[in-house]
Design a protein around this ligand. Sequence first.
Ligand SMILES: CC(C)(COP(=O)(O)OP(=O)(O)OC[C@H]1O[C@@H](n2cnc3c(N)ncnc32)[C@H](O)[C@@H]1OP(=O)(O)O)[C@@H](O)C(=O)NCCC(=O)NCCS
Length: 206
Amino acid sequence: MQLPTVAVPAELPTERLILRPWRDADRDAFAALNADRVVMEFFASTLSRAASDASIDAWQKQFEQRGWSNWAVELQATGQFIGFVGLSVPVRVLPFTPCVEIGWRLARSAWGQGYATEAAREALRFGFGTLQLEEIVSFTAVVNARSRAVMERIGMHDAHEDFEHPGVSEGSPLRLHCLYRLSRRQWKENGGGGHRPPPHAPQASV
Ligand SMILES: CC(C)(COP(=O)(O)OP(=O)(O)OC[C@H]1O[C@@H](n2cnc3c(N)ncnc32)[C@H](O)[C@@H]1OP(=O)(O)O)[C@@H](O)C(=O)NCCC(=O)NCCS
């Protein structure tokens, strides 16, 4: 799959948030949310500090290489780091790969305020508007109702292509996953997330 790139790592402001590349100063707060059992309820386990840092390392590299990845999300009002929302390319082979996936993980203190939905709408605008992707997917454990609600709020459709996630042990209630899809055509028909142009109007190249 040929991935589009933008020359300058994208930084995307929204009404209340900034989606930005990662800083080393985010590492402590990200490790804390990855160690929270409630945040990680639908994952096989919480993440060690090393695993949390490795995620940031990988995403920092992707920002350098192609200009987009999972963004660190910060509250405009206070500068507080609250988690990530962004676009990624699953490495594992799944029934619908290759694809670009939208995903999110926020600190518990940031739940219930519409931040994930606000950031995800901006990430879709970037993916479809700037990168001109044909389709963006999202998937999660079938039982992860909060994540599915974000998918539905941003206009994604349950593809009814549930699958057993090979990375989750057999018999686990987290193994059955659902897949949501959204095409650029559907996104445009839904209004394309509004008419605000991207902040730096970055031009994607393939
Ligand atoms: C998935 C996750 C990001 C969803 O967080 P969330 O807070 O439920 O979702 P949003 O940020 O979109 O907030 C929506 C809620 O804020 C409320 N809200 C409050 N103020 C709001 C505002 N100004 N604008 C919009 N919504 C607002 C909404 O009514 C909604 O409430 P509800 O949950 O009672 O229906 C969060 O639960 C999480 O990080 N989970 C752990 C990680 C995870 O599972 N990730 C997915 C793995 S695939």
